[in-house]
Design a protein around this ligand. Structure first.
Ligand code: NAD
Length: 421
């Protein structure tokens, strides 16, 4: 039987699934988050993360081995603490203030033999150079000698039913052999496969490499999409054909831009670090940012041309956006390219409406009126833009009722009035 206590700092898209899994594995888990409404909802058995059903939170609470709190008061120690707080960009530079705050909150509770793991995505060196001194200062103990410290990047893919926290291999690291052994033992008890690397810096770089790889390859097909359209060649057909190659090719598809908490942010952590320490620019990242950031403008440009064909201007045209989240079948709207698309269309004077069954209408882009993707709304729109291919949308209805559709995901059946990006 496991008797260890775990504190997970941050109960968001990463922290909550981890907390639930740790409870399942037998740990006594405290989920610490500063967001009072979020904690109240969790304490009430309500989850805001699609992949964690309410029933799972309710079962965790009922087990007596999970509680959500906004303060660590009353807790004297822990065996394992995992930090899963946000790491956004502020004015183009990494904002590590959330990690700093989490480190300061945990430090007084660090006791001899305890283990602290950072999971937040960040630039190489953060665990050893930034977190360790904070934990040492607040505890009076020495990382490595007295307590264990490591880094383990999260690979969670919200909305992915195949690859979950449990069956996705988890990269683990420690600042020394004893730390690695502790970190590996903890994750070994909650996931199927652990992948040890030699130090936190390699683990931190692994995460940035994975996301930069994705970011750059998406930029490649996005740039190609623009050229292929102008050349009159069907890029989607070429992508399908290339994807039949059993080796040396990985399928990436164009879209209206990149969004979410990772792709628009993480590669810049790497380029910032390269510039800061080596004084050089990471050209691939900067180029990919440039191409991907431009995609919402390209979507609007294509819409302007399509309306022009109908002898219409964007001003006064009724435009229906289908999907405002950053990817299919999830309600996460952060950094979604739909916001930039909407802003541009509002500036041009469009009568803008949007439908997204996964996103709270309060989170829709400014200037958009929330509607449902009904036959009458589709028919009433001068142009429909499919930004996200949620399964909840009815493909045949969209094609059957709309006058014109710009399909940025190549998800709809072919029809004369349906254009792909
Ligand atoms: N969402 C993903 O798919 C994903 C995947 C891999 C890695 N990551 C990385 O994991 C980290 C967390 O991402 P997320 O999507 O879970 O973020 P999130 O915003 O969903 O959750 C973070 C939570 O931390 C809380 N928080 C902030 N500061 C705190 C503090 N000092 N003490 C306690 N709680 C605090 C916030 O209130 C929030 O609820 C980021 O670094 C992100 O880049 C995210």
């Amino acid at each position: 039987m496991i008797t260890e206590t775990v504190i997970i700092v941050g109960q968001g898209y990463v922290g909550l699934p981890l907390a639930m899994r740790a409870v399942d594995a037998g740990y006594d888990v405290t989920g610490f988050d500063l967001d009072q409404p979020r904690v109240d909802a969790l304490a009430d058995g309500t989850s805001f993360v699609e992949d964690v059903p309410d029933a799972v939170v309710a079962a965790a609470l009922a087990s007596g081995r999970y509680r959500a709190v906004t303060s660590l008061k009353g807790i004297e120690r822990f065996d394992v603490a995992v930090i899963t707080v946000p790491t956004p960009l502020r004015d183009g530079a990494p904002d590590l203030s959330f990690i700093d705050d989490a480190g300061r909150a945990l430090a007084p509770l660090v006791t001899a033999g305890a283990t602290v793991v950072l999971e937040s995505t960040t630039y190489p060196g953060t665990t050893q150079e930034r977190l360790a001194p904070l934990l040492e200062a607040g505890s009076g103990l020495v990382a490595g000698a007295d307590f264990h410290l490591g880094y383990s990047p999260e690979r969670i893919d919200p909305g992915n039913p195949t690859w979950t926290l449990v069956n996705t291999p988890k990269v683990v690291s420690g600042i020394d052999a004893a730390s690695l052994a502790k970190v590996e033992a903890f994750y070994g008890s909650i996931v199927d496969t652990t992948v040890p690397v030699s130090s936190p810096k390699e683990a931190e770089l692994t995460k940035l490499l994975e996301n930069t790889f994705r970011h750059v390859n998406i930029a490649l097909v996005n740039e190609l999409a623009v050229f292929a359209h102008d050349l009159g060649i069907d890029l989607w057909e070429a992508i399908d054909a290339a994807s039949t190659k059993p080796f040396g090719y990985l399928r990436f598809t164009p879209g209206p831009g990149v969004g979410g908490h990772c792709l628009p942010v993480d590669p810049s952590y790497l380029s910032w670090e390269v510039r800061r320490t080596l004084g050089q620019s990471f050209r691939f990242v900067e180029l990919a940012n440039d191409v991907n950031d431009h995609m919402p403008d390209y979507v609007v440009q294509r819409l302007v041309l399509a309306l022009n064909e109908q002898r219409k201007s964007v001003r006064g045209a009724r435009i229906l956006l289908l999907g405002v989240s950053f990817k299919r079948n999830v309600g996460d709207w952060r950094e979604s390219p739909s916001h930039r698309v909407a802003n541009l269309l509002v500036e041009l004077g469009a009568d803008l409406v949007a439908a997204d069954p996964h996103v709270d209408p309060a989170r829709f882009p400014a200037g958009t009126a929330p509607v449902d993707a009904t036959a009458s709304e589709l028919a009433a729109a001068d142009a429909v833009v499919l930004l996200v291919d949620h399964d909840a949308f009815d493909r045949d209805l969209i094609v059957g009722e709309s006058r014109y559709v710009l399909d940025t995901r190549a998800w709809l059946p072919a029809a004369p009035h349906v254009e792909r990006l």
